[in-house]
Design a protein around this ligand. Structure first.
Ligand code: 6PG
Length: 247
């Protein structure tokens, strides 16, 4: 399945969702004998997956030396701030498992979000080896995503200019209008689309309202985010709107 189609996979609960996400991640890694690039998501939804990757069941199956870890968006706060996305991933698994040189945080020590964005774009282009996005040469093997209560994904908020960006790979975002109310740095839709698989994790009754709007086709950022390869939404029963839940 390629292009703009989205595949929705229903799972029983959040724990199962994390397991299924881990299996898909490992499958993408196994499919690439060379250098692997994974773009992580922030927020709370991926935490269970991250903790799973550090367990004996999964840790031994990941070629840590060949895997590089990037982040799709960051809150413009110091790395020791509890709201910092990459810091959460480091605590959950990266610092115990991955070579430090393979961890690529967004530099929030920069003077401002725009400078951090420019530096991260430079790093992504250096890592990619070419400074233009080519569907035949995806930047990432897999991009993890979530969806916020307003339909945002990464830090691409409804009606924000960042959503319309077609040239730049990373941009600064002034203050967000959802928690946490801080400036952000986010990859843009073209950079996030440059992957073999975009994998959304959506769990819990708290996601039902926004999922209803997404499945109704509203032009929300989370609906506009698609992979040039495969786009998969892992959704647990609690998050699914009543009428779409399997009997
Ligand atoms: C962030 C995330 C953001 C997140 C959604 C869902 O920095 O907050 O990257 O896009 O994926 O807000 O957040 P939860 O998983 O916490 O519901």
């Amino acid at each position: 399945m390629a292009g703009n189609e989205r595949r929705l996979i229903e799972v029983a609960d959040a724990a199962t969702l994390a397991e299924v996400a881990a299996v898909r991640l490992l499958a993408r890694m196994a499919a690439n004998p060379g250098r692997i690039a994974i773009c992580l998501a922030g927020g709370s939804s991926p935490k269970q997956l991250y903790e799973l990757l550090a367990t004996e069941d999964y840790r031994g199956k990941i070629p840590w030396e060949r895997v590089h870890w990037f982040i799709g968006d960051e809150r413009f706060v110091p790395e020791n701030d509890p709201r910092h996305n990459m810091a959460m991933a480091r605590r959950a698994f990266l610092d115990r498992c991955a070579p430090p040189a393979n961890i690529h945080p967004i530099p929030t020590e920069a003077a401002n979000p725009d400078e951090a964005a420019a530096r991260y774009e430079h790093e992504l282009k250096a890592f990619n080896g070419v400074d233009r996005l080519d569907p035949a040469w995806p930047l990432f093997d897999l991009v993890l995503m979530g969806v916020g209560p307003d339909g945002h994904t990464a830090s691409l908020f409804p009606d924000y200019p960042a959503l319309q960006e077609t040239e730049r790979w990373v941009v600064g975002v002034p203050e967000a209008h959802v928690e946490p109310f801080v400036s952000r740095v986010t990859l843009t839709l073209p950079a996030l689309a440059s992957c073999r698989e975009m994998l959304f994790e959506v769990a819990g009754a708290g996601k039902r309202a926004i999922l209803t709007r997404v499945l109704a086709g509203e032009p929300l950022p989370a609906n506009r985010a698609r992979s040039n390869g495969e786009t998969v939404w892992l959704v647990d029963k609690a998050a699914l709107p009543g009428d779409t839940r399997a009997a």
